[in-house]
Design a binder for this molecule. Structure first.
Ligand code: FRU
Length: 460
C-alpha cells in the first residue's frame, strides 16, 4: 500500500476492495465507529457489505472485522446504507436490505460492536403507495421529543425526491408518519438517497443526496408536527464532488459528518490498484447567524500535522507568492485580493508544469474553480473542472483550507463551500505547490502548510 502513489494517508479508504457511502457512524464504548459500504472482494461496486473502523480520538483509526454481510433473506442482494444508534443501551444498526426488485429496512443489534445479529422479524418492508419497492432506502435514525424517528429516502412516483418519516417508542417497531419532506423542484433530481435530519442549535437541517445527477444538498429549516419545512437550500459538496453525507450528534454536542469521494478514473485502474473510494475527513457542521451551513474539518485533524513546509506572509502585485511541496498536506491560506485580482494555489505540480492541479478564485464570476485539465498525463483520468459559487462579502478574505492527500484534494472555502476532488498525477515529481496572484491590484497572503501523517498507523 505504501508504494501506491495514489493511496490517501489521512482520508479513510478500505483496506482493500471497494468503498462507497459512510454508514452507521456513532460513538459507543469509548470509541467512534465508522462503517462503510464495502465490497471486500473487488475494487468495484457489488456484493455490498458493511466495513468497520473505530477510533478513540477521531485522529487515528483501526480496521475492525466486517460488520454486516449479505445473507439469504432480506439483504441477499446487499447490505445497503443506513445508520446507527444506541437504543436502550443496545448498539443498533438500521440499514437497507437489497433484494431486487425490493428494498426493505432491516435492523441488526450487537453487544460488542463486533458481532451483529439480524432481526428479520423487525424488517420494515412496505413502502407507502406511490413509492416503488426499489426506491425505498437508507434509513436514518434520530431521537427527538421522546420518540425514535427513522427517515427513509424515496422517490415519489419515480419523479421527485421524498423523505419518509417513521416513528417508534422502542426503536424496533415503526409506525409510518407520512412524508417528512417532498422535493420542491426537479432541480433536486428524481430520488432522495441517504437523508439526514440534523438538529443544529435551534434549527434543523435536512441533507439529501440526489439520484440521478449525484449532487448533495442541505435544506435549512424547521421540523414541526413531523414535517420538515425548508427555508433555504445549499449545495453540500460542489458539483456532486462528494456524496452520501452521513452525520451524527457526537457526545460533546458537535455534529460530525463524513461523505464519500468517488474515484475519477477508469475502472481498470481501480482494479489494478485493488482499492477504490475514499471518505472525506471527519467534518464539523454549524449554522452561522444568517442560517448558512458552515463546514470544516474537525480540530482533531491538526494532530496529524508533521513538519511545517510553509509559514509565510506576503504582499505582492503579481506572480508566485510562496512555494512549498508535498503529496500529503494540510494548507491554510488566507488571501486578500485587491481590485479583482485572481488568486489561487497550484497543487501536485511537476517542476516542468506538465502536471498541475490549479485551484483558482475568480472574483468577477464569484467562483472557485478546481482545474484538472493538466492534473494527470494519464488519459484515463477525469479532467473536467469542478466549481463552486462563492460570494465573498466586501473586504472578506478568501480563506482556504486545502487537504492534499495523494489522489484526494478536499477544499473548504470560508467554511461555506466544500469541494472534494480526485486527481492522479502520474509523475513521481508532481509534488510542487505554490500560492499566486494575477491581475488586479495584487494580494496579501498568509499561508501555513504542514505535511500530514497517517490515520491508519496499524496498516503500515
Ligand atoms: C448511495 C447509494 C445508496 C445505497 C448505496 C448502495 O451512494 O446508492 O442509496 O444504499 O449507495 O451501495
Amino acid at each position: 500500500m505504501n508504494c501506491d502513489p495514489h493511496r490517501p494517508r489521512f482520508h479513510f479508504t478500505a483496506p482493500r476492495g471497494w468503498l462507497n457511502d459512510p454508514n452507521g457512524v456513532g460513538f459507543h464504548g469509548g470509541r467512534f465507529h465508522l462503517h462503510y459500504q464495502h465490497n471486500p472482494a473487488a475494487a468495484r461496486w457489488g456484493d455490498i457489505h458493511w466495513g468497520h473502523a473505530s477510533s478513540a480520538d477521531l485522529v487515528t483509526w483501526r480496521d475492525e472485522p466486517i460488520a454486516l454481510a449479505p445473507s439469504p433473506g432480506d439483504d441477499a442482494g446487499g447490505c445497503f446504507s443506513g445508520s446507527f444508534a444506541v437504543v436502550d443501551g443496545v448498539p443498533t444498526m438500521y440499514y437497507t436490505g437489497h433484494r431486487p426488485p425490493a428494498q426493505v429496512q432491516c435492523i441488526a443489534t450487537s453487544d460488542d460492536m463486533l458481532r451483529w445479529t439480524k432481526h428479520p422479524e423487525l424488517t420494515l418492508s412496505e413502502p407507502p403507495a406511490g413509492v416503488a419497492p426499489g426506491d425505498f432506502r437508507d434509513p436514518f435514525v434520530l431521537r427527538h421529543d421522546g420518540w425514535w424517528y427513522l427517515v427513509v429516502g424515496a422517490s415519489l412516483g419515480g419523479e421527485r425526491g421524498q423523505c419518509l418519516l417513521y416513528r417508534s417508542t422502542d426503536g424496533r417497531r415503526w409506525e409510518p408518519r407520512g412524508p417528512l419532506f417532498t422535493s420542491p423542484s426537479r432541480r433536486f433530481g428524481r430520488m432522495f438517497e441517504c437523508p439526514n435530519l440534523l438538529r443544529l442549535g435551534e434549527r434543523w437541517v435536512l441533507t439529501v443526496s440526489v439520484w440521478p445527477n449525484m449532487g448533495a444538498y442541505a435544506f435549512v429549516g424547521r421540523f414541526e408536527d413531523e414535517r420538515f419545512i425548508a427555508e433555504s437550500d445549499a449545495v453540500l459538496d460542489a458539483d456532486g464532488s462528494a456524496f452520501a453525507h452521513l452525520a451524527f450528534p457526537a457526545p460533546d454536542g458537535r455534529c460530525l459528518q463524513w461523505a464519500w469521494i468517488d474515484e475519477q478514473r477508469d475502472a481498470d485502474l481501480n482494479e489494478a490498484d485493488g482499492w477504490a473510494g475514499a471518505l472525506t475527513v471527519p467534518r464539523q457542521l454549524a449554522l452561522d447567524a444568517a442560517g448558512r451551513l458552515l463546514t470544516r474539518p474537525v480540530d482533531e485533524l491538526a494532530a496529524l500535522r508533521g513538519e511545517t513546509v510553509a509559514d509565510a506572509r506576503h504582499a505582492a502585485a503579481s506572480g508566485v507568492l510562496e512555494r512549498f511541496s508535498g503529496r500529503h498536506l494540510d494548507i491554510e491560506a488566507s488571501f486578500l485580493p485587491r481590485d479583482r485580482a485572481r488568486v489561487g494555489l497550484d497543487l501536485l505540480a511537476a517542476p516542468d508544469g506538465s502536471e498541475v492541479t490549479r485551484l483558482r478564485y475568480l472574483p468577477d464570476a464569484q467562483r472557485l474553480v478546481l482545474e484538472r485539465a493538466r492534473s494527470s498525463i494519464n488519459p484515463k483520468t477525469r479532467r473536467q473542472n469542478q466549481q463552486a459559487e462563492l460570494m465573498l462579502d466586501e473586504g472578506e478574505p478568501l480563506r482556504l483550507r486545502v487537504l492534499v492527500d495523494a489522489s484526494v484534494i478536499e477544499v473548504f472555502a470560508n467554511e461555506r463551500v466544500c469541494l472534494a476532488s480526485r486527481v492522479y498525477p502520474a509523475l513521481g515529481t508532481s509534488v510542487q505547490a505554490s500560492a499566486w496572484v494575477e491581475g488586479g491590484g495584487g494580494a496579501d497572503l498568509a499561508l501555513r502548510a504542514w505535511t500530514m501523517g497517517s490515520i491508519l498507523p496499524e496498516r503500515g
